[in-house]
Write a protein that binds this ligand. Structure first.
Ligand SMILES: [Zn+2]
Length: 399
């Protein structure tokens, strides 16, 4: 099919003949570069086997006359090939990157298969399809999707792979076509992709010729997206590579715990629980220790002429929170004032006993405001920060 016509600007525009419609296995072909655009690196051919992004399937890459194809765009009548360098018009030898294309064929045909099985077993409709670089997804509507549903669909889809059912392309009239999984809103001739005794879908993508070539079908993550559920899936080479990566990751965890793969979930859960109870015990010991240290510090601090015991702790690093327990226990005794500073970030803490006559929040706020610092707190405990570490001693003096 090749139609030429004149538009109002009297420029001859030829429809690109799409070779991938008729042979998705064609990877080497000769064509004629008819025209270029931009700096000459956007090229139009008379015919192409390069698939342009559409219907959820990404574009092909490869070479045209040895120049790398960076992107392929469907412009309606024509297919634009965006190349790495300008190319003159004339005859060209073209090569489609087969690794990428065949991967897309596996995922795309797998999508028809998976969508049809979700529909057949659970009347779940596929409302969208996305084919990404790592994984592909379909969005389902029509009911809940859980682990049991996914497991049943995965098992059935793989059975149909093993049956190696033919996948055929036919052209049928939109007015009389029957049995499509999803009605098409296109008119005229439709391209129908069928999986024998399972599915008929109007689709312009590239597909494998039998379900066996889809390879292993693996359904993975489920994600709720508004009223639909997104199901991640991997087919063929992707499924095998992912299974290998999963195995290696799980095996590393198993080795760390000296456990078998199947025991890993139980062992990890037990370790997490042991870690949590260890943390709890440690926190209790820290509090007990802080109480002991607070009392000891109090006893070793001589009272001033006014009977108030004052102590200043200077830390270079860590956090004030670590000093809070000590401060609380120091000022839990009578007539006590506790000041702590931290060099980085420059900050200060003030704690006072109820009978010290000092309101920690007000006192600290006043001292900080004189040096451009910020902070405050309650009557018994307050903390704040200063813009520069050199100011810490001035704040301590004022306190
Ligand atoms: Zn398709």
């Amino acid at each position: 099919m090749r139609i030429s016509y004149l538009d109002s600007a009297k420029i001859t525009v030829s429809m690109t003949q799409r070779l991938y419609y008729h042979d998705s296995y064609l990877r080497e072909f000769d064509a004629s570069a008819l025209e270029s655009a931009g700096d000459g690196s956007t090229v139009y051919l008379d015919r192409t086997a390069f698939y342009p992004t559409s219907g959820g399937q990404p574009f092909d890459v490869g070479t045209i006359a040895g120049v790398a194809v960076r992107e392929v765009v469907d412009e309606g009548d024509r297919v634009a090939h965006l190349l790495a360098a300008p190319l003159p018009t004339g005859p060209v030898a073209c090569s489609v990157d087969w690794t990428r294309r065949f991967d897309h064929m596996q995922q795309h045909t797998g999508q028809h298969l998976i969508s049809a099985v979700f529909e057949e077993l659970f009347t779940l409709r596929t409302v969208s399809f996305h084919l990404g670089a790592e994984s592909a997804t379909i969005d389902l509507e029509g009911g809940p999707v859980d682990g049991r549903v996914v497991s049943a669909v995965e098992a059935r889809a793989n059975e149909i792979v093993w049956e190696n059912r033919p996948v055929a392309v036919t052209y049928e009239d939109a007015g009389t076509v029957e049995g499509l999984r999803k009605a098409s809103d296109r008119e005229g001739t439709l391209r129908i992709v069928s999986i024998d005794r399972l599915d008929r879908s109007a689709c312009g993508g590239t597909h494998v010729r039998a379900t066996g070539e889809i390879g292993m079908v693996s359904l993975r993550k489920l994600e709720k997206i508004r009223q639909s559920v997104r199901v991640e899936f991997l087919c063929g080479g992707r499924a095998v590579r992912r299974a290998r990566a999963d195995y290696e990751a799980l095996n590393r965890v198993a080795q760390i715990f000296s456990a078998s793969l199947d025991d890993v979930p139980g062992v990890v859960a037990a370790q997490m629980e042991a870690g949590r109870s260890g943390d709890k015990a440690r926190r209790k010991l820290e509090l007990d220790l802080a109480a002991y240290r607070g009392k000891e510090l109090y006893q070793n601090t001589a009272p001033g002429p006014d009977g108030v015991r004052r102590t200043v702790r200077r830390a270079t690093s860590g956090s004030l929170d670590e000093l809070r327990a000590l401060a609380q226990n120091f000022t839990a005794q009578s007539q006590a004032v506790f000041v702590a500073t931290l060099a980085t970030p420059p900050s200060v803490l003030l704690a006072t006993s109820a009978d010290s006559g000092v309101d920690a929040g007000q006192k600290l706020k006043a001292a900080l405001s004189e040096v451009g610092g910020r902070g405050g707190g309650a009557a018994r405990m307050a903390q704040g920060s200063v813009p520069d570490g050199a100011l810490l001693d001035r704040v301590v003096e004022k306190l």
